[in-house]
Design a protein around this ligand. Structure first.
Ligand SMILES: [Zn+2]
Length: 295
């Protein structure tokens, strides 16, 4: 009964495939569908990529998958129970080398609408892993190129003195992950995609716009004005909405687990910041997602 109804909202970056939704992901999807919200679930390593696709295959439309290797999982990484559950501890102690053929097989399914989340993370990962991250990133760009699918980028700069005062003199930590990712991507002009959870400057946003990449925002924009200026500078046809659930719940749901049905408040906030009519923004964001992910 919910099939064949065009969506009003699209959460282009969710993780209903994660352990945090093990007991009720079907209900969460139903809640989203009742709000006319479609969901794209993103993998971070082999298991979560396979489970994102498996979930998408259960629905004829409205639930899609993205498969790939997150930069923090290219080496030993912090164990997040919400992501992998207790059993995933052995995995996060060593990480994963990007297995091109494994991901190519998954990504060839029509329900897989992009490759990722991939990119560079200089915030949570040790700077010594930058080279390993770059190799996995380039392999995923090549996969996107081979399959003609877009990229879902995860890029995070090193901590600033404001966000992490304890990290200090390490020179490599001060590098811009956005600039490094841009330098890699500009060699692949045929590959496009979206920069997820944008947390850079207006200039960094413009670099990606110049490559033809869209930029998406989470519930962060409901509780900080840090990105208002960036959002005002992004054309309406190049911006998208996401929750990154189960993380980063928007106002007024702070304290609860995040979910795709909350993406509506992110869209409303984008409309407010841009000073545009809500219906216009809703339509633009849905049509941007249809265009980028060929839904
Ligand atoms: Zn994510």
């Amino acid at each position: 009964m919910l099939e064949n109804t065009p969506p009003e909202f699209i959460d282009i970056h969710a993780h209903l495939n994660f352990e945090a939704f093990a007991s009720d992901r079907e209900e969460v999807i139903l809640r989203a569908r009742e709000q006319k919200t479609w969901t794209i679930n993103v993998g971070t390593q082999k298991e979560t990529s396979a489970s994102a696709l498996k979930l998408a295959q259960k629905y004829s439309e409205g639930v899609y998958a993205i498969v790939g290797l997150h930069p923090i999982h290219t080496s030993a990484s912090y164990h997040d129970k919400e992501e992998l559950g207790d059993e995933g501890k052995a995995f996060t102690s060593h990480g994963e080398t990007f297995d091109y053929d494994f991901y190519k097989k998954l990504a060839s399914d029509p329900k897989v609408v992009a490759i990722g989340e991939c990119g560079l993370d200089y915030f949570r990962a040790d700077p010594a892993t930058a080279q390993i991250q770059k190799e996995a990133f380039i392999a995923q760009i090549n996969l996107a190129k081979e399959l003609g699918k877009p990229l879902m980028l995860h890029i995070r700069n090193a901590p600033t003195s404001k966000s992490a005062p304890q990290k200090s003199a390490d020179v490599s930590k001060s590098a811009s992950a956005y600039k490094d990712a841009y330098d890699i991507l500009k060699e692949y002009p045929e590959v496009k995609g979206n920069v997820h959870f944008f947390a850079g400057t207006t200039d960094e946003a413009k670099m990606f716009l110049s490559l033809g990449f869209t930029i998406s925002f989470t519930g962060v924009i409901t509780f900080t004005h840090d990105y208002d200026e960036v959002i005002k500078n992004i054309p309406l046809d190049m911006i998208m909405s996401e929750t990154d659930c189960p993380y980063i719940t928007p106002v007024p749901y702070r304290g609860k687990r995040n979910e795709p049905s909350y993406v509506e408040v992110v869209v409303k906030r984008i409309a407010e910041i841009k000073g545009e009519d809500l219906e216009t923004v809703k339509k633009a964001l849905v049509s941007n997602a249809f265009r980028v992910f060929k839904l």
